[in-house]
Design a binder for this molecule. Structure first.
Ligand code: NAD
Ligand code: TYD
Length: 334
């Protein structure tokens, strides 16, 4: 099997490629990535000499390139996206370009060459839950509330429209918040670990009572692999961590695991339009694919802290240049 993975130099994409290498060593993998600020080839250094792995630096918005690559593979797993909500609030144009128009190119190529397509999406497309609402499932209506989730929702709708109209062989997964190694230090967990390692203060948005359903990235990768091989064509699968927790509780847990002091918590202005609660019901994936998350939060967090501690130079390199500028601009708004 020859797979095209888009966005394979990012957080989840690189973890997925490492997972594929372990479970399907015979697969050929082509990684198409633009190497935005979030893409990092260091994440895949161990594959440098692998004859069954090829990296292509390029943009999914480049239609000719996408068609060229898609025609020679058996399947596409599409991770590439602009992914950070705070950046989407500062400016949404790149989110629409990559997440919507880039996805459209991949869909057109999948249609043209009749290729299997798996689209990676997020639980954020469903909007925000109230405290007593049941978790999201595959039937929850879409109600995205920020420009990132709106762009992902648009992409999901396009995928479904191609399944319905053009009969492409596609599946979708909507997953909850991931954490683990190689996550760019702008999202909550890697940002806070890297700050706490340096005894810096951590910015908690609003009252810190927002709830997320955390899943270790390896559990997500295993779910995607199962859907790719055993998922029913045309179907959507929700993947979650079975792990709803308010941000503040998570942050206190991180601080305790790292032996730091809670005085490092700094309450800052809330994110505009901040979604209050996400949670996933993954009964369909459990029933059809025997999938469920295996890594418990405390174990996963400890492994993640250890990884960031060992890879502080990786974090420092992420923080240089463009990221630094973004952070100053964003954080100084508070
Ligand atoms: P990331 O920001 O770490 O990585 C995104 C990757 O896509 C980077 O390597 C970047 O260079 C690449 N990319 C961006 N624009 C591109 C373009 N135009 N052409 C080619 N490559 C491009 O993101 P992530 O957290 O790994 O997320 C991967 C996917 O999973 C996304 O589709 C995201 O919506 C989805 N998702 C993420 C989470 C999460 O918690 N991080 C949860 C659910 C779903
Ligand atoms: P994030 O990792 O950006 O993921 P998402 O917004 O996609 O869920 O944020 C996770 C939660 O943490 C979210 O409720 C926002 C909050 N948060 C903070 O309180 N401070 C921060 O500096 C960041 C980045 C996030």
């Amino acid at each position: 099997m020859k797979l095209l993975v888009t966005g394979g130099a990012g957080f989840i994409g690189s973890n997925f490629i490492h997972y594929l290498r372990r479970v399907h060593p015979e697969y050929d993998i082509v990684n198409l990535d633009k190497l935005t600020y979030a893409g990092n080839l260091e994440n895949l250094k161990s594959l440098d000499q692998d004859p069954r792995y090829q990296f292509v630096k390029g943009d999914i918005c480049d239609r000719d390139l996408v068609f060229d690559l898609v025609k020679d593979v058996d399947a596409i797993v599409h991770f590439a996206a602009e992914t950070h909500v705070d950046r989407a609030i500062l400016g949404a144009a790149d989110f629409v370009k990559t997440n919507v128009l880039g996805t459209l190119n991949l869909l057109d190529a999948a249609k043209e060459f009749k290729k299997r397509f798996h689209h990676i999406s997020t639980d954020e497309v469903f909007g925000a839950l109230g405290p007593n609402d049941p978790p999201f499932n595959e039937h929850t209506p879409y109600n995205p509330k920020n420009p990132y989730s709106a762009s992902k929702a648009a992409a999901d709708h396009l995928v479904r429209s191609y399944i319905h109209t053009h009969k492409i062989a596609a599946t979708i997964s909507n997953c909850s918040n991931n954490y683990g190694p190689y996550q760019f230090p702008e999202k909550l967990i890697p940002l806070f670990i890297s700050k706490l390692l340096n005894d810096e203060r951590v910015p908690v948005y609003g009252d810190g009572q927002q709830i997320r359903d955390w899943i270790h990235v390896e559990d997500h990768a295993r779910g995607v692999d199962l859907i790719l091989h055993r998922g029913r064509l045309g179907e959507t699968y929700c993947l979650g961590g079975n792990c709803e927790i308010p941000n503040l509780e998570l942050i206190r847990g991180l601080i305790a695991l790292m032996g730091k002091d809670e005085t490092l918590i700094e309450y800052v202005k809330d994110r505009p339009g901040h979604d209050r609660r996400y949670a996933i019901n993954f009964t369909k994936a459990r029933n059809e694919l025997s999938w469920e998350p295996r890594i418990k939060l405390e174990e996963g967090l400890q492994k993640t802290i250890d990884w960031y501690q060992k890879n502080q130079d990786w974090v420092d390199r992420c923080k240089s240049g463009e990221y630094q500028e973004y952070y100053v601009k964003n954080y100084s708004n508070k």
